[in-house]
Design a protein around this ligand. Sequence first.
Ligand code: WT7
Length: 654
Amino acid sequence: MSHDAITSLLKESRKFEPPAEFARKARISSREAYDALYRESLDNPESFWRRETKDLVFRTPWTETLEWNLPHAKWFLGATLNITESCLDRHLSTPVRNKAAIIWEGEYGETRTLTYAQLHRETLLLADALAKLGVEKGDRVAIYMGMVPEVAVAMLACARLGAVHTVIFGGFAADAIRDRVHDSQAKVVITQDGGYRRGNVLELKSTVDKALAQPQAKSVQKTIVLRHLGDKCPVQMTEGRDVWWHDIVDPNGHATREATIVDAEHPLFILYTSGSTGKPKGVLHTTAGYLAGVHVTSKYVFDLQDDDVYWCTADVGWVTGHSYIVYGPLSNGATCLMYEGAPNFPDWGRFWRLIERHRVTILYTAPTAIRAFMRQGDEWPKKSDLSSLRLLGSVGEPINPEAWIWYHQNIGGGRCPVVDTWWQTETGAILMTTVPGASASKPGSTGLPMFGVVPDVVTKEGQSVGANQGGMLVLRKPWPSMMRTVWGDDERFRRTYFSDVEGCYFTGDGARRDEDGYFWVVGRIDDVLNVAGHRIGTAEIESTLVSHPAVAEAAAVGRPDDLKGQALVVFVSLRPGFTAGDALANELGNHVGKEIGKFAKPDNIRFADSLPKTRSGKIMRRLLKDVAAGRETTGDTSTLEDLSVLAKLRTSDE
Ligand code: WT7
């Protein structure tokens, strides 16, 4: 990350105390209360986690809180449970039974509500159908769906059986599905005919067909297809493999499917995420620790109250959707709004009309969306009544103070606290933020550690650096919702997260801690980019590009971008016989779109005779970053093999 970014964050000194009105009713209502809980979570984790999980359903209580054999943590040993009993069954004997669990709105404005009783019923019916198709405890089930209530039903139904779901974001292309199905050896795929996105039909089933036609995907025995668009998206059903959801789930059936009781450390889901190699990692989360993490953070970070209408705008295909649309809120009996479509469909007022219509009280969204709205002007939010909102959240990337202030003023009317939540697919739950009734927030800072979390900013040698000094962001202690391993590759787990800084989990992020103990995350310092809140591995882009016949070498780097945070710039050198130009650039962009997904298409493709390398043959990414950003190279170029390469790259800019 550049020095400019660090300096600009350093200049920010505004501080927003929790509004008195908010604090009075908040679950944690003073800084002292937060401090006491935080201390207890470290000094006496046993009593802390016992009390904070007392609403959850354990069939057998745990006997040991933590067993830590670096890098392997086991939490709540001896406990048995099924996560769906905490998310669904436990509410049935309370007034939450008839409360909305999910309020859904489609892109065309139609709505559906599922109460907790209905969600429970739908889940048990599907679980029963899955069991009849042969899904057993421990089997993997891939889910490739859009934002419809049934995606939550599908996840919960897997969990009901102790089966492991792997949700694949609906924006991924067929080859990405194939790779994930192959790596997880999924037995069943659950999908839907299609979904709407910005008025267009997104064909999901036919994309699954393309993935499953490939030999690497032969583990799949059945696909279940939800009819969502019907005539608007005809599909082909493969005899013997494909079944309709409505043919296997009997709406009049008896929803009696017993929960399969599993051990605390039984796998709950695998979620693939990009890292610094070409192959996505299957991040594995297990049951009890994950549940404890998302339950406690949903409750306190969003200050969930009985009458809240909570809206997390993420897609269920990312970890934010898993933790803060499905498991966290449901385990608290909250009402969640789920919206199928795009923020700007049919216009930029859509989000604000959704808030007005459903009287949303808590909004959790991403900086890239906030910046996009900001760019459209203040008129759009002004057209709707946003007075129901009481809390705002941000996640996915550093939020620049300007966007923070805009969000606070124009969306929150200056009265709602803003929680900037830092976490990762790997951490399962929010690890840093400012608890809204307790701690002041500072625009651009992700705040203080959540319970049980010990972040630090260190040098490569693991030495803590002083206040306001930049360094590597690490976590010094295990936490309940941490990933347990990389699916099928434990060595990669150790290497990726526990080999950079002795004894610590390395996050891949750079950060500083200010004089008040507030953390300021600067961004990734490994080879991972964050483009519009999407995590993209540079190596993945590079290996996709070199798989194209025209490409000899490729290097992908990030460039600062006002809207997306980072934009993806690639430099390619060509094999003999291919000609650089717009036509080829287009073709390469489409190639990435086809192999990974449209969201990963480079923003800019540049051709070069060769890429700048050190004498030992390593591509000099730092130089390429400077070139991409149009900066003068300030760093050391003495190891550059051929300086003329650099000069040529610069002139190829014009
Ligand atoms: C990376 C994790 C957390 C769920 C969504 C993204 C960046 C995330 C923040 C924040 C600054 C943030 C980090 C992190 N990030 N939240 N509040 N402030 N940076 O999950 O795809 O696993 O990405 O997103 O760089 O390492 P992910």
